[in-house]
Design a protein around this ligand. Structure first.
Ligand SMILES: Nc1ncnc2c1ncn2[C@@H]1O[C@H](COP(=O)(O)OP(=O)(O)OP(=O)(O)O)[C@@H](O)[C@H]1O
Ligand SMILES: [Mg+2]
Length: 366
């Protein structure tokens, strides 16, 4: 069984490592010769919209992608040769913030108020409709807070429009959230849907810093609403694979932020902290294997390693820690790896988190 993965970043790398364990052969397509997944998978060196690259994975059994903005032209071509999972429609939606928000609302899933912006005039009008503060986001290709500007006064409009590059965008109301939650689910080709524990996420400067699964509570109305929203999306898209939805919790309600039609950074803890990881279950789903259990095994947290070269020795001394490095060179704001922490009880976990934060703040010389 051969799986083609569009994109060769860290998500593809972790998918590829899981694939080997299942006897699945991963083939990644990426234009960078040293992309993180290229060390652990067969590599097709090509831009994702280059038909010559598609030809080289035409013999695969199934295709998937590690990025939401996988080119529709590639997905359409591949779907004539193999199953593409999740399907091209899911990527078309998740790769475009405006379409995604419209779909959420069609399915009765609340979002922040939003306004399409294709010009500076649209932005000025949108600010009048939505009010301040507000967030301007490019419709496509944003990640880790890139392509976003917060507007605090009407006079910020011109600069914000220029700074996002004057490309199609969407203006949304700033949500004064109490916390951020993501919900990850996996759906099989037969329509079986399983959820991992909801995850509480902490971002700084638009970048995910840490995640913690919270216990599944079948009576908590917030969790119930979140799972219902994810189930509605998965059903509407006839989705196969791992689906992630990011939410804001505000005044006891959930407001959907965005969805990702792929494995997600806030699910990295599942590798050590759950019965089956998001990577393995994504592969099981898209190749038609049976799904694995999603139960959380115990108190768990995940800390991202961002920017500076991680200090391996310090990180490896954290009790219950498991280090994952992606083989990327350091750069400000770049995700270079993560540390998963598992402990026997809450107190030990808190202690480990404390030590891990100190270790993550250290920079290695080599
Ligand atoms: N409308 C908003 N109100 C308040 N905070 C926001 C809003 N939009 C984004 N943020 C903050 O910025 C973070 C990143 O935003 P978002 O998820 O939309 O961007 P992204 O670049 O797609 O990020 P990623 O792909 O890494 O999740 C959010 O998790 C949240 O902390
Ligand atoms: Mg996000």
């Amino acid at each position: 069984m051969k799986v083609a993965i569009l994109g060769g970043g860290q998500l593809a790398r972790m998918l590829a490592m899981s694939a080997h364990r299942l006897g699945i052969e991963p083939i990644v397509v990426d234009p960078k010769p040293d992309a993180p997944a290229t060390r652990v998978a067969h590599h097709v060196l090509a831009s994702l919209d280059d038909p010559a690259g598609w030809q080289q994975v035409a013999h695969c059994d199934v295709a998937t992608a590690e990025l939401d903005h996988a080119p529709p032209s590639a997905l359409d071509w591949l779907s004539e040769h193999m199953a593409v999972r999740p399907g091209p429609d899911a990527f078309r939606l998740a790769g475009d913030r405006l379409r995604e928000k419209r779909l959420f609302n069609e399915l009765g899933i609340e979002t922040a108020p939003f306004w399409p912006v294709d010009s500076e005039e649209d932005l000025v009008r949108g600010l009048r409709e939505i009010g301040l503060p507000a967030v301007l986001k490019t419709r496509q290709e944003g990640y880790d807070g890139k392509g976003q500007r917060i507007l605090r006064k009407a006079a910020d409009a011109r600069r914000a429009w220029r700074e996002v590059g004057g490309v199609p965008a969407v203006l949304e109301g700033f949500v004064p959230f109490a916390r951020e939650l993501s919900i990850l689910a996996v759906r099989s080709a037969r329509g079986e849907l399983r959820f991992w524990s909801p995850v509480e996420n902490h971002h700084e400067d638009g970048i995910l810093r840490s995640s913690r699964p919270v216990e599944i509570d079948v009576e908590d109305p917030i969790q119930v609403a979140g799972r219902r929203a994810v189930a509605a999306l998965a059903t509407a898209l006839d989705y196969v694979g791992v689906l992630t939805v990011e939410f804001f919790e505000v005044e006891g309600r959930l407001v959907a932020n965005e969805m990702a039609c792929r494995v997600h950074n806030s699910g990295h803890w599942t590798e050590e902290g759950a019965e089956t990881s998001q990577f393995e279950n994504h592969l099981r789903a898209i190749t038609g294997l049976r799904l694995g259990g999603t139960r959380t095994l115990g108190p768990t947290a995940m800390l991202n390693l961002i920017g500076a070269r991680p200090h391996r020795d310090a990180l490896l001394s954290v009790p219950g820690g498991r280090l994952h490095l992606y083989g990327k060179s350091p750069a400000p704001g770049r995700k270079l790896g993560h540390l998963t922490l598992c402990a026997d009880d809450e107190e030990r976990l808190q202690h480990a988190i404390h030590l891990a934060r100190d270790a993550a703040a250290m920079e290695a010389r080599t």
